[in-house]
Design a protein around this ligand. Structure first.
Ligand SMILES: C[S@@+](CC[C@H](N)C(=O)[O-])C[C@H]1O[C@@H](n2cnc3c(N)ncnc32)[C@H](O)[C@@H]1O
Length: 267
């Protein structure tokens, strides 16, 4: 099992996360840099948020998006029609590329979901040329992702299984303080810099918040699928109260903070 991310429905993913990862992609590019003419890898590309930001922002020679989920890759390829961009299905732990072929290897919101993060980082380093950059971001699950906090804390109050799932979700590899940058150093990257990237997830109303969760992608989706309908309805009702927090239904903006790290490959 190379991935712990249930990626079954690209449109559901777009509503749950793609619309927000597009915003975070801009922040990662600001942090990890980009120069004209580069060959860039987007590892764990999903539905293509980072590849699209790369193609729009600068003038890279080539962008390669790779993901283990064929349905997400097909969606990304259909959305982004650009001769510089290609997408492929593959596993982060065994990248189908020769050594040192990329100038910059990036990964957005994916490294914590691969089965073996140190192996994936070693692969990112291997396929990046000496002097090139590896950069990544993962959500600060426990401390920085308000929508997940709202969901898990509400569900855990009603269901012991949600309590256990919250514990797993909030201790995912690389998502705790210092873990991402530490893993960069451990795999031999140099001049490692750690950062925090912030966006806001702005929902139109409670339905816009809840329906994507019910679309059941990722670890949250695994839990939602496992809950019997009566309990899920009770969770949704309590979640609605938490979302509204005493005000009429309507827009709410929730902060979302990611850990970021970048490092250099030395020969
Ligand atoms: C939260 S999504 C992020 C997708 C995209 N980068 C974005 O920011 O919207 C996590 C992605 O990691 C991918 N993934 C998980 N394990 C993987 C692996 N071993 N190799 C490649 N991709 C993997 C999943 O299929 C999923 O598309």
């Amino acid at each position: 099992m190379p991935s712990i991310y249930s990626a079954t429905d690209a449109r559901a993913y777009e509503r749950l996360m793609g619309r927000w990862s597009r915003l975070l992609a801009e922040e990662l590019l600001g942090f990890a840099g980009l120069a004209p003419g580069e060959r860039v890898l987007d590892l764990g590309c999903g539905t293509g948020s980072l590849s699209a930001a790369l193609a729009a922002r600068a003038d890279p020679a080539e962008i390669v998006g790779l993901d283990i989920a064929a349905s997400y890759v097909a969606f990304a390829a259909a959305r982004l029609d650009d001769r510089r961009v290609r997408f492929a299905v593959g596993d982060a732990d065994r990248l189908p590329f020769r050594d040192a072929v990329f100038d910059r290897s990036l990964s957005l919101l994916a490294l914590n979901f691969v089965a073996d993060p140190p192996a994936a980082l070693a692969e990112l380093r291997r396929v990046t040329r000496p002097g090139g950059t590896v950069g990544a971001a993962v959500w600060d699950m426990a401390g920085g992702l308000v929508y997940q906090r709202l969901f898990w804390d509400t569900a855990a109050a009603l269901d012991p299984a949600a309590d256990r799932a919250r514990a797993r979700q909030f201790s995912l590899p690389l998502t705790t303080p210092g873990a991402l940058a530490g893993a960069f150093r451990d795999c031999g990257l140099t001049k490692v810099v750690e950062g925090s990237l912030t966006i806001r997830m702005t929902y139109a109303d409670f339905a816009d918040f809840w329906e994507p969760i019910a679309g059941a992608q990722g670890p949250l989706g695994d839990y939602v699928r496992s809950v019997e309908p009566g309990l899920l309805a009770r969770i949704a009702e309590r979640l609605r109260a938490a979302y509204l927090a005493g005000r009429p239904d309507g827009p709410r903006a929730m902060a979302a903070i990611a850990w970021a790290a970048r490092g250099r490959v030395t020969a």
